[in-house]
Design a protein around this ligand. Structure first.
Ligand code: G1P
Ligand code: ZN
Length: 548
C-alpha cells in the first residue's frame, strides 16, 4: 500500500469555532474539504518525533457523512504513521466517551465527528473536533495554528488502502496501522460505575421510581440502554428514541424545551414520570425536567454542586467550581457557602481544561446545558443525569421540592438567553460595536430601578498557563446583581448568531418573588437589552429567533 500526496488548494473559512469546525454537509463533502482540515489538524499537533507508536481515538455521533469521513481519516492517519486507531464500533462514540477513551488509553488525542445539537442529514451540519491527550478540546493556541495552516495548505497525504469495516469488533489494518474496533459503551459504563453507587440507583428504580430519557435518535441511545435499562433495572421503554440515526429522525438533537417538546409536554402532563432527561447529538449536553418542573441548566449546575456529596466520587466535597461567563451566577452562591473558589471562564469547554488538570476545580458547567466533573475533560450529559438520580436516591424528594428548597437557601437567579440566529454578519458586528461604544456613558446611569455599575468586554486571564483570551463577550452589570451579556456565537453555520443573556437575582428574603414566569420576571432587563443594542434597527429583527 502506498502513501499518495494529493494536491489541493486552501478553502476559505476553515476556522474552528467554539468547539471544532462546523459547516454544512454540502461544504464538508466537497472533494478535499475534510481532508484539508484533517491534514491541518495533524500538521498543527504533530510532535517533533512524529506519530510513530501513538494512538488516535476516532468516532462520532453517527450523523450523515460520518461513515465516509471515518474512512478518509483512517487512511490519512495511516499515512501520518500513527501506530493505532481506536475506532468506535460503527463510528458511534459520544464526546464524553471519547474524552474518557483518550485518557484511559493514554492516546495522543482523538477526533470526534459531530456538529453536536445541530441538525443532521444531507442538508444538515457536519463537524469535526480534535481533543488532546488530556481528553479535552484543543486549546486556542492549537485551533489558531490549525486555522493558519488551512489558509496555506497545498497538499495532503493519504494511504491508498481498502476501507475498514467499522462494524467488525477487533483488529484490522490500514497499511501498517492497527485499527482496533471497540465497543465504546463498555468503558464508559465502567467509568460511571466508579463514580456513582449503582446499587443505590438500582434501589431507586426498584422502589417504583419512574423516568424517561430521550436520546433524540442520537449517540447516547446505546449508552442509555446499557446504563438505565440493563445496569440499573429501569423498565424497557425508559429510553426513548434510543437508536442513533444519520438524520436524527429529522429533528434537531438539541435537548431543550423546543426540540425535546414531546418529553417536555409529557413532564408537564398528569402522566409525567418522576424524572425526565435528554441529551444532544454527541451526548455532552443534558436536559433535566421534573414532574411539572423544568430545571434551567444554570440552576442545575448550582444544584449539582450543592448536592455533590450524594455520589461516592464526590463524597469528600469539591475542590472548586467553574462556569462560563454568561452562565448565571447561581453556582457562585453555592461555592461561597461551600467555601471553595468559583472561576469564570469564556464560553466553550476548552477553557475548563487547565483548571481541571491543575485540580483547582471538580465541577464546571455552562448555561447551554453542559455540566461535568474532573472525571473527563468534556461535558457529559449522562453523568449529569446520573448525578441527579443519585441526589434523588439520597433525598427521596421530588425534583420540584429540591429546586424550591435550593432557592430558599441560596436565592433565585432568573435567567434567559435570547438568540438572534442567521443575522447578517456585518449587522451583527455593528450591534456589538454599538453596544461597546456606549460603555463609558452607561456606567452610573439609572434606568428605572436599575443602575449600571460596570460595563466591559470580557478578557480571560488563564491563571495556569498565563494565556489571555480577549473579546469574549460584552457585559453590563447592575448594582442589584442583575446582568446583561452579549456575544456572537462561535458554532453557527449560516451568518452570525447574536446571543443575549439576561439575569436577575432575587434574594432569599424575597421568596414571594421566587418561581415566577421567567420572561415576565426579566421583562425590564429584556427591554433594556434591546435598547442598548439597538438590535431591531440594526438587524431588522423585532424578536429573537429562539428563547431559552
Ligand atoms: C455554544 C454554547 C457554548 C458551548 C458550545 C459547544 O457555543 O453557547 O456554551 O460550549 O455551543 O457546545 P456558541 O454557539 O455560543 O459559541
Ligand atoms: Zn454537544
Amino acid at each position: 500500500m502506498i502513501i499518495q500526496t494529493i494536491d489541493t488548494t486552501p478553502f476559505s473559512g476553515q476556522k474552528p469555532g467554539t468547539s471544532g469546525l462546523r459547516k454544512k454537509v454540502t461544504e464538508f463533502a466537497q472533494p478535499h474539504y475534510l481532508a484539508n482540515f484533517v491534514a491541518c489538524i495533524f500538521a498543527a499537533v504533530k510532535p517533533a518525533e512524529g506519530f510513530a507508536g501513538k494512538t488516535l481515538v476516532l468516532g462520532g455521533d453517527g450523523r450523515y457523512f460520518n461513515p465516509e469521513a471515518l474512512q478518509i481519516i483512517l487512511k490519512m492517519a495511516a499515512a501520518q504513521g500513527f501506530a493505532r486507531v481506536l475506532l468506535a464500533q460503527n463510528g458511534i462514540l459520544s464526546t464524553p466517551a471519547a474524552s474518557h477513551l483518550i485518557r484511559l488509553n493514554q492516546a495522543f488525542g482523538g477526533l470526534v465527528l459531530s456538529a453536536s445539537h445541530n441538525e443532521g442529514g444531507p442538508n444538515g451540519d457536519f463537524g469535526i473536533k480534535f481533543n488532546c491527550a488530556n481528553g479535552g478540546p484543543a486549546p486556542e493556541k492549537i485551533t489558531d495554528a490549525i486555522y493558519a495552516l488551512t489558509t496555506s495548505i497545498t497538499s495532503y497525504q493519504i494511504m491508498d488502502a481498502p476501507d475498514v469495516d467499522p462494524s467488525q469488533l477487533g483488529r484490522q489494518f490500514v497499511g501498517e496501522m492497527v485499527v482496533e474496533v471497540i465497543d465504546s459503551v463498555v468503558d464508559y459504563v465502567a467509568l460511571m460505575e466508579q463514580l456513582f453507587d449503582f446499587e443505590a440507583l438500582r434501589g431507586l428504580f426498584a422502589s417504583g421510581f419512574t423516568m424517561k430519557f430521550d436520546a433524540m435518535s442520537a449517540v447516547t441511545g446505546p449508552y442509555a440502554h446499557a446504563i438505565f435499562e440493563n445496569a440499573l433495572g429501569a423498565p424497557l421503554g425508559t429510553v426513548l428514541n434510543g437508536k442513533p440515526l444519520p438524520d436524527f429522525g429529522g429533528h434537531h438533537p438539541d435537548p431543550n424545551i423546543v426540540h425535546a417538546k414531546a418529553l417536555y409536554d409529557l413532564m408537564m402532563s398528569e402522566h409525567a414520570p418522576d424524572f425526565g432527561a435528554a441529551s444532544d447529538g454527541d451526548g455532552d449536553r443534558n436536559l433535566i425536567i421534573g414532574k411539572g418542573m423544568f430545571v434551567a441548566p444554570s440552576d442545575s449546575l448550582a444544584l449539582l454542586a450543592a448536592n455533590a456529596t450524594c455520589a461516592p466520587a464526590y463524597a469528600k466535597g469539591l475542590a472548586g467550581v467553574a462556569r462560563s461567563m454568561p452562565t448565571s451566577m447561581a453556582v457562585d452562591r453555592v461555592a461561597e457557602k461551600l467555601g471553595v473558589p468559583c472561576f469564570e471562564t469564556p464560553t466553550g469547554w476548552k477553557f475548563f481544561g487547565n483548571l481541571l488538570d491543575a485540580g483547582q476545580i471538580t465541577f464546571c458547567g455552562e448555561e447551554s446545558a453542559g455540566a461535568s466533573s474532573d472525571h473527563i475533560r468534556e461535558k457529559d450529559g449522562l453523568w449529569a443525569v446520573l448525578l441527579w438520580l443519585s441526589i434523588l436516591a439520597v433525598r427521596r424528594q421530588s425534583v420540584r421540592d429540591i429546586v424550591l428548597a435550593h432557592w430558599a437557601i441560596y436565592g433565585q437567579n432568573y435567567y434567559t438567553r435570547h438568540d438572534y440566529e442567521a443575522v447578517d454578519t456585518q449587522a451583527a458586528n455593528q450591534v456589538m460595536q454599538h453596544i461597546e461604544s456606549q460603555f463609558s456613558a452607561l456606567v452610573g446611569q439609572q434606568f428605572g430601578s436599575l443602575t449600571v455599575s460596570a460595563a466591559d468586554n470580557f478578557s480571560y486571564h488563564d491563571s495556569i498557563d498565563g494565556s489571555v483570551s480577549h473579546n469574549q463577550g460584552l457585559r453590563i452589570a447592575f448594582e442589584c446583581g442583575s446582568r446583561i451579556v452579549y456575544r456572537l456565537s462561535g458554532t453557527g453555520t449560516s451568518g452570525a448568531t447574536i446571543r443575549i443573556y439576561i439575569e436577575r437575582f432575587e434574594s432569599t428574603q424575597n421568596q414571594a418573588r421566587h418561581n415566577l414566569e421567567t420572561q415576565a420576571a426579566l421583562a425590564d432587563l429584556i427591554a433594556l437589552a434591546r435598547q442598548f443594542s439597538n438590535i431591531q434597527a440594526l438587524t431588522g429583527r423585532a424578536e429573537p429567533s429562539a428563547i431559552t
